[in-house]
Design a protein around this ligand. Structure first.
Ligand SMILES: [Zn+2]
Length: 408
């Protein structure tokens, strides 16, 4: 969730800076590059984890297969042992039977019937003795055999117990491996389900980097929206002077002047100077209509021009502290960006030659939010608090004081 909210913050940030060139924080191009690298690393790590888990599952499944075949072998051996035991018992029975028969024969031979047997079976007494000795040998042989078979049965029974134990152990191993496989598969599922969002994040961040790169960001220290990726709206009007530099941006400041004491005030215009000083022509920032030529209480020569942008929004620009007006200007005259309105000066409450320019989206003295000067001043300040930077939001100025430009 953190990642998603992070992306949302970045997108909200873009949405914010695109229309107004407002910077709530100083985000550098380097930070965006770092963000991308971090997301890429995370994705790589995730993919590796998925790969490892899948590899382990494969190994475990292989082991389970081998163990199952071992169990199969043990079961076969068990069956064989069972058969051997059964065969041994039969064999023992046979031998016992045979011995019993032989003993019976021997008893008969040694008893009263020996003669009868001799009469019916043997041909000579020597033959009879020979037969008795054979019976004796066979009996002895059978007894040995029975003993060996008994021992074989004991061994087989012992092996059967061993096999049963092994089988149980192997079954347990399989159970453990199966549960490990289940866990690993679970991990794979979890990691895989995370992968698309991680991929999306990397993609979004890559897009962001590409976007800023296309907008001229190249150095890690470049501040987004200031040094690069300046928004289109910052350039809807041209600069009023060809060569110049900013001396003071829109801000709250503490002012000390020769005529007044020091005071804190909202400076709602952008001040700029020029190497040409009082000879610097001041051009209209775009096509508009002159709405007022006036001088303030301190003697500052000013001219107001009303503009309308492509979206139909009205703006009023106030050019102040002029040394003089250009010829042929009157209220209601349409001017273009090639029209010279006047020349830079130091009229009014100033400390030096400069142009003070205010541009706000309002028809001064017409629209309700700037119907009066005090309403206009309040409106300008409120816009500033919301992030609108007046002149600097609609004209492409350098981000630093004293940085000179040489074209409009
Ligand atoms: Zn100023």
């Amino acid at each position: 969730m953190k990642r998603i909210s992070h992306i949302l913050v970045i997108f909200a940030f873009i949405v914010l800076i695109i229309p107004t060139n407002v910077l709530a924080e100083q985000l550098t191009y380097g930070q965006i590059l770092d963000d991308l690298a971090k997301a890429q690393k995370e994705l790589e790590k995730n993919n590796q984890s998925v790969g490892n888990a899948q590899g382990q599952v494969q190994k475990d499944n292989e082991t389970i297969k081998n163990l199952k075949s071992e169990i199969e072998k043990m079961k076969n051996e068990n069956t064989e042992l069972q058969q051997e035991i059964a065969d041994s018992y039969v064999e023992i029975d046979n031998k016992k039977e045979q011995t019993k028969d032989l003993i019976a024969y021997l008893q008969v031979s040694q008893g009263e019937n020996v003669y009868l047997d001799y009469v019916f079976g043997g041909e000579t007494i020597t033959d009879l003795v020979y037969r008795l000795s054979i019976v004796e040998q066979i009996t002895e042989y059978n007894e040995t055999m029975i003993k060996e078979l008994d021992e074989l049965i004991t061994r087989n029974e012992k092996r059967k117990v061993e096999l049963a134990e092994n089988e149980q152990k192997t079954e347990q191993k399989i159970e453990n491996l199966k549960s490990e496989v289940a866990k690993l598969n679970n991990t794979v599922t979890q990691l895989s389900s995370l992968t698309p969002s991680l991929k999306d994040e990397v993609k979004a961040k890559q897009d962001l980097v590409n976007y800023y790169k296309s907008q001229g960001c190249s150095n890690r220290s470049d501040v987004i929206g200031v040094d690069c990726a300046r928004t289109a709206s910052s350039g809807i009007f041209l600069r009023p002077i060809k060569t110049g530099y900013i001396t003071s941006f829109i801000n709250y400041r503490y002012i000390c002047t020769p005529k007044k004491d020091c005071y804190s005030s909202f400076h709602k215009g952008t001040d700029m100077g020029s190497p040409l000083g009082k000879n610097t022509p001041i051009y209209s920032i775009g096509t508009g209509v002159i709405t007022s030529k006036w001088t303030d209480g301190d003697g500052a020569i000013c001219i107001n021009v009303q503009y309308k942008d492509a979206k139909g929004t009205y703006y009023t620009a106030i050019y102040a502290h002029l040394s003089r007006y250009a010829d042929g200007l009157y209220v209601g005259k349409t001017v273009t960006s090639d029209t010279i309105l006047g020349y830079m000066g130091d009229t009014g409450n100033v400390t030096g030659v400069h142009l003070h320019l205010e541009v706000y989206p309002c028809r001064l003295y017409i629209d309700s939010n700037c119907r009066t000067w005090s309403a206009y001043s309040q409106y300008a300040e409120n816009l500033f608090k919301k992030g609108y930077k007046g002149t600097e939001s609609v004209i492409d100025f350098p981000s630093r004081v004293s940085q000179t430009w040489y074209s409009r």
